[in-house]
Design a protein around this ligand. Structure first.
Ligand code: GLV
Length: 311
């Protein structure tokens, strides 16, 4: 019998699938240590750090199927050293994450969080011509930092709001340029300086961690909006908090440096919309992510090629 370890939080998605009779699933509770055992596959969540110590507990492990497009929680070198394959879940969450990005852009531009809090607090005294005035989006520039799958889909939706698009990426993206008339900006600093809305879609890697730092935030236009639906550590959170406290810029954040910790100073600010890492959180998408991770883990334990390998 081949044993697979599956994060217990996704048991409901597992129920929609048939487990082949030669496979046995053990559920791993959130926060529980990885059992030392005979598991050959591990379907893991992004909240689970998988480094050398964790991998050493599973000497027969052949595959880690991460149920996320990002895989910064997995130490790829340690996995490679131990002959463990790693997969992620690209594509199936692209639309959902682009939609969530736009939810944040609109929420920040139109001060949706502040309005909602006002009504809920019972403090709304009636329509006023100057109440909670936001910013329109037409003709403004959407800056896409990282024009991969999610950056591309976010950019695609800009036309619906009459926005122009520029992007910064290590690669040329001719399709994006053709499809939405996006302009490539060679220096990240220029993109940051020109964007009315800067949307971050960079994977967290040693090369991108903290890339959006204080000096870069200082070149943002007054009143500009920073959106992060990628990974919290791509932005220097303390530096961002200081710039938000000064009221010079606004932000919409779905991700944080040390989740689920969200600094109190950030939670006190009205010019930032805060979400609990909801990028891919639709029913359809989460099932599709599970299905892809499951198919990867089953292939991995059978020695078949993974559908979406990252190593
Ligand atoms: C979510 O953040 C993911 O990487 O899928």
């Amino acid at each position: 019998m081949t044993r697979i370890l599956v994060a217990a939080e996704v048991e409901s998605f597992l129920r929609a699938r048939e487990v082949p009779p030669d496979l046995h699933v053990d559920l791993l509770d959130p926060g529980a240590p990885i059992p030392s055992g005979e598991h050959e596959g591990f379907l893991a969540l992004l909240t689970r750090r998988i480094g050398p110590a964790e991998l050493d507990r599973l000497p027969r492990l052949r595959v880690v199927a991460n149920m996320a497009v990002g895989y910064d929680n997995v130490d790829l070198d340690a996995a490679r050293d131990r002959g463990v394959l790693v997969s992620n879940t690209p594509d199936v969450l692209t639309d959902a994450t682009a939609e969530l990005t736009w939810s944040l852009i609109l929420a920040v531009a139109r001060r949706v969080g502040e309005g909602e809090r006002l009504v809920r607090a019972g403090d709304w005294a009636g329509w006023e011509p100057t109440q909670l005035l936001g910013t329109g989006l037409r003709s403004k520039l959407l800056g896409i930092a990282g024009a991969g799958r999610i950056g591309h889909e976010t950019a695609r939706r800009a036309g619906a709001f009459g926005m122009r698009v520029a992007y910064w990426d290590q690669d040329d993206r001719p399709e994006l340029e053709r499809e939405v008339g996006a302009v490539r900006v060679p220096e990240l600093e220029d993109l940051v300086a020109r964007a009315d809305v800067l949307s971050i879609h960079l994977a967290s890697t040693p090369g991108t961690r903290g890339i959006i730092d204080g000096p870069l935030l200082d070149v943002m236009k007054p009143g500009a909006i920073l959106i992060n639906t990628a990974r919290g550590d791509v932005v220097d959170e303390t530096a961002l908090m200081e710039r938000l406290q000064s009221g010079r810029i606004r932000a919409g954040l779905d991700v944080f440096e040390a989740e689920p910790h969200v600094p109190e100073a950030l939670r006190e600010l009205d010019n930032v919309v805060l979400l609990p890492h909801l990028g891919s959180a639709t029913r359809e998408t989460r099932q599709a992510m599970f299905d892809l991770a499951w198919d990867n883990v089953v292939r991995g334990v059978r020695g078949e090629p993974l559908l979406t390998p990252v190593t």
